[in-house]
Design a protein around this ligand. Structure first.
Ligand SMILES: *Cc1c(COP(=O)(O)O)cnc(C)c1O
Length: 516
């Protein structure tokens, strides 16, 4: 609408609104307001922290829906204080708090304060890491951290990589590179080289263990290969990929004319924390000309561990590695990286846009990170890790993860000695998979089917109580409970307290069952 079409009074009020709106802009004139308002927000969180003594309130979705739905988004509140007060009702009071020792569900970590300082700085300055002309020092800091991580993983002098939004995205980018690398070879074939891409994807296969992360299958689907292009390799009893089974599957694929596009190993599976036999798998991948990707979204933190670094042995043989800093480096969401052994491989995902990153810029060696990323506008997440390393140091981060791993071992011993629980496997990193399956009066165990129902009910009841948050998973079709420990301040008593709560809840549910 043209301004002259507006009634005079409406025009006046809009000008006034724009004028007062400029008071909310982050700039030199408003710097005092910026400090005061951010401080109000930080103080609200700190106050919450001091007054919260459980991980969750147990609120139901319907109640949250109603409270959030009742907010009138057309009418702003008078000030920040009022908005923060409202936020208490619609978010802060009932959020799930990962710093609480009785939060032991998923791979969410308590975060370190230096990273929160980084978060405050990076969102205010708001650099975007796609091009040099939007980032400058930020690009160099990101590159330096990629170099640092690649060095810790012994990927060699040609390594490179990029920060991403998470492990799923890192895995997707790794498999996109692997796919395009395989397609580039297929294009050399004079009889098939001229075919359109979908035809060339037909015979590509990805090999990964049955315990690998679902993002591998999801990536295969996104990349146009289909879920069924992923060949799931069985694990040995310790939940690590069985190299003999992989060898057999690769041989079979070869015989039937399929192309082994990639072998994806996991360094720290989401449920059992198992690290696949990396060196053996790398050798098989190499023998079949397949890309070797290591998904270390969970186990990546081992690279700075004082006691368990050796568990990553063999990662140096990878063509690419996923590391989630927002899991075992105690960083806030999001912060992840994809590392590649050969920087030249990143060309498989490089596209030039005249308005943003023209090829001439690459030729002039202007460092445009978008050349290496599947995102365009991208957060300066690297700053959080940078300040963490500069304020705490890498060893301190490793020490936090080591504590969690040691705690898991002690909890594992507790559970193994407890007649009411069955431990699915000894802990390998910092998870415990187990179920409540007590001996009944006749001294026989609760049936498998009854244990299935009971353990799901236990988890739901404990979540509803808000006293603890635990996860659940399935092992060979049966329901189990899962603890993921990442809190170095949680004590054995804290976790024993969760186990006590699970036992009391289970016993209570068994007792209240009406006999059929
Ligand atoms: C968590 C996890 C992922 C996915 O990472 P996001 O950051 O949640 O996207 C991938 N692989 C493994 C082994 C994981 O544990």
């Amino acid at each position: 609408m043209l301004t002259e079409d507006l009634p005079a009074n409406d025009f006046g009020s809009r000008v006034e609104l724009a004028l007062s709106a400029t008071n909310h802009l982050f700039n030199a004139r408003n710097s005092a307001r910026y400090v005061a308002q951010v401080l109000q927000g930080v103080t609200a969180v700190a106050t919450k922290l001091e007054r919260t003594s459980r991980p969750f309130t147990g609120v139901e979705p319907a109640e949250m829906l109603e409270r959030v739905g009742a907010v009138d988004l057309e009418t702003p509140l008078p000030d920040t204080a009022a908005a923060l007060q409202e936020l208490e009702e619609v978010y802060l009071r009932d959020a799930v708090y990962f710093h609480d020792p009785k939060y032991a569900a998923h791979l969410n970590c308590p975060v370190v304060i230096p990273a929160l300082v980084g978060e405050a700085v990076l969102s205010a300055v708001n650099s975007s890491l796609d091009t040099w002309d939007q980032s400058v020092g930020a690009t160099m800091i990101e590159r330096r951290l990629i170099e640092w991580a690649a060095q810790k993983l012994h990927l060699g002098g040609s390594a490179d990589g990029i920060f991403t939004s998470g492990g799923s995205q890192s895995n997707l980018q790794a498999l996109l590179i692997a796919r395009n690398h395989a397609v580039a070879s297929l294009r050399q074939d004079p009889t098939r080289g001229g075919l359109r891409l979908p035809a060339l994807l037909e015979n590509l296969r990805i090999f990964t263990s049955e315990d690998s992360h679902f993002s591998i299958r999801k990536s295969a689907s996104i990349l146009g290969l289909g879920f069924d292009a992923v060949v799931l390799i069985p694990c040995t009893a310790d939940h690590r990929m069985d190299p003999a089974a992989l060898a057999a599957a690769l041989a079979e694929a070869q015989q039937t004319g399929l192309t082994a596009m990639a072998v994806v190993a996991t360094a720290g599976t989401t449920d059992f924390g198992a690290v696949d036999p990396l060196a053996d798998l790398a050798a098989l991948a190499r023998a079949h000309g397949a890309w070797f990707h290591v998904d270390a979204a969970y186990g990546g933190g081992l690279m700075v561990s004082g006691r368990y670094q050796h568990l990553l042995d063999g990662t140096h043989l990878a063509d690419s590695v996923t590391v989630d800093f927002h899991k075992t480096f105690f960083q806030p969401v999001s912060s992840s990286a994809l590392l590649v052994r050969e920087s030249a491989m990143l060309r498989h995902i490089t596209y030039y846009a005249e308005y943003l990153n023209p090829e001439s810029a690459a030729l002039a060696e202007i460092p445009n990170q978008v050349d290496k990323s599947i995102q365009t506008t991208r957060r300066f997440d690297a700053l959080k890790l940078w300040l963490t390393l500069r304020i705490m140091g890498a060893d301190a981060i490793g020490a936090l993860f080591d504590e969690a791993i040691d705690l898991a071992a002690r909890v594992g011993a507790l559970l193994a000695a407890d007649d009411d629980f069955e431990l699915a496997a000894p802990p390998q990193l910092s998870t415990l998979v187990f179920r409540y399956r007590p001996l009944l009066e006749g001294r026989e165990r609760l049936s498998e089917d009854a244990a299935d129902t009971l353990n799901q009910s236990i988890r739901a009841a404990v979540f509803a109580s808000g006293e603890a948050v635990v996860a659940g998973t399935k092992v060979t079709g049966r329901h189990y409970l899962k603890l993921t420990l990442l809190n170095a301040e949680a004590t054995l008593q804290d976790i024993a307290g969760i186990i006590g709560l699970l036992r009391r809840t289970g016993a209570g549910l068994l007792q209240s069952e009406v006999p059929a």
